[in-house]
Design a protein around this ligand. Structure first.
Ligand code: F0G
Length: 380
């Protein structure tokens, strides 16, 4: 049997496109290389001829797309001599920062909004030994504090305002193009700080002929951090579509929101850090922003779990909820190829999953007859 080289993470794979040196010590947990799953049952159910794929980022080492950015951010922090990283987080960034800091042997400080992060994420930050600072305030307040403290203390910020984060996250677009042989027509993502939608656009631009001159010092997205100036791989770029939770939708309101709220706690953000970049992504790609209610988000999460066997966290399901609505209305036309990023694993937030699956458990006596009756009464 021929052996393939062991997959050792996205920095090793995309080394020539990332700002690392030959002797850089790479801090990796084997992130990236996530499955692009074609949906079979949902398109049939809605009666539309579209190729919908989900990029299951929940299968990264800490269960979210943040690992793509964190491998880069922590690798560079260590290279630059930092002994500690810090972030504000709705949960996933803190889980990733904690894990990669543990791997690197440095300290992670994480600021999280009290009572507003999913249990799995809190467990991760605690288990990996980060210093968890629970604040009486929301993510936006935490972000403000992190910026202030980092100006005075020897800590490296690993939120997505750290440009290395977006460099790592752009590799998701590379993987999609490599699998499809082209960019999709539409790429749908949930939007919080808008770092990920910006990172994907950087990746698509870097791989496409339409933007051969993207990799320049003047590029406002990569801020000179893209290192690859080679040839294009494909001719097309997708329209980038960003969906927000309705209670937390500054891009829909056209201004910052001071008191964001949504069941999708990961994207409970009213002051997005990549505000300007995200508007530019929308404009350059010809895409749009839209919002989904909490009910729509939870319904899409459940639909995906039940019809396709894929379990994502609520925030992630915003991408599918919005995409399905736009496919049904024809805004995304039949014949299109659509990729939805599933940013985080459903296991992150068991409380929300259980709360909306009431009636899913039947308690019976430990005897043959009730088991048989339950089987006969519950066949699909
Ligand atoms: N989906 C999930 C599961 C997230 O955790 C986040 C952001 C997003 C989507 C939005 O991505 O901010 O790049 O637009 N989570 C951050 C955190 C804020 O702290 O974990 P974005």
């Amino acid at each position: 049997m021929p052996f393939r080289p062991r997959y050792t993470g996205l920095i090793d794979k995309y080394r020539d496109r990332l700002p690392v040196h030959d002797d850089t010590r790479i801090i990796s947990l084997g992130e990236g290389n996530t499955p692009l799953i074609r949906l079979n049952n949902i398109p049939r159910e809605i009666g539309k001829e579209v190729d919908i794929y989900v990029k299951y980022e929940g299968l990264n080492p800490t269960g979210s797309f943040k690992d793509r950015g964190m491998t880069m951010a922590v690798t560079k922090a260590v290279e630059e001599g930092s002994r500690a990283v810090i972030c504000a987080s709705t949960g996933n960034t803190s889980a990733a920062a904690a894990a990669y800091a543990a791997r690197a042997g440095i300290t992670a400080f994480v600021l999280i909004p009290e009572g507003k992060i999913a249990m799995g994420k809190l467990a991760q930050a605690m288990m990996h030994g980060s210093v968890v600072l629970q604040i009486r305030g929301n993510f936006d307040a935490g972000m403000r504090l992190v910026k202030e403290v980092a100006a005075e203390a020897p800590v490296t910020i690993v939120n997505s305002i750290n440009p290395y984060r977006l460099q790592g996250q752009k590799t998701a677009a590379f993987e999609i193009i490599e699998e499809l042989g082209r960019a999709p027509d539409y790429h749908c993502l949930p939007v919080g700080n808008a770092g990920n939608i910006t990172a994907h656009w950087i990746g698509y631009c870097e791989y496409s002929a339409a933007s051969g001159d993207h990799v320049t010092e003047a590029c406002s997205f990569c801020k000179g951090h893209c290192t690859y100036a080679g040839g294009a791989i494909v001719g097309n770029r997708p329209k980038m579509v960003g969906y927000q939770a309705a209670g937390s939708a500054p891009f829909m309101r056209g201004h910052m929101v001071d008191d964001p709220d949504t069941v999708a706690t990961a994207i409970r953000i009213g002051h997005p850090q990549s505000w300007d970049q995200a508007w530019k992504v929308r404009e350059e790609s010809g895409g749009w922003f839209d919002e989904c209610s909490d009910e729509e988000i939870l319904a899409a999460q459940k639909l995906l779990a039940r019809k396709e066997g894929v379990f994502c966290e609520p925030a992630s399901a915003a991408s599918l909820a919005g995409a399905l609505r736009d496919i049904k209305s024809g805004k995304i036309p039949e014949g299109s190829s659509v990729v939805c990023t599933l940013t985080g694993n459903g296991l992150k937030d068991p409380d929300t999953a259980i709360a909306q699956s009431q009636g899913g458990v039947v308690t019976i006596d430990a005897a043959l007859e009730p088991v048989k009756a339950a089987i006969l009464g519950n066949m699909k």
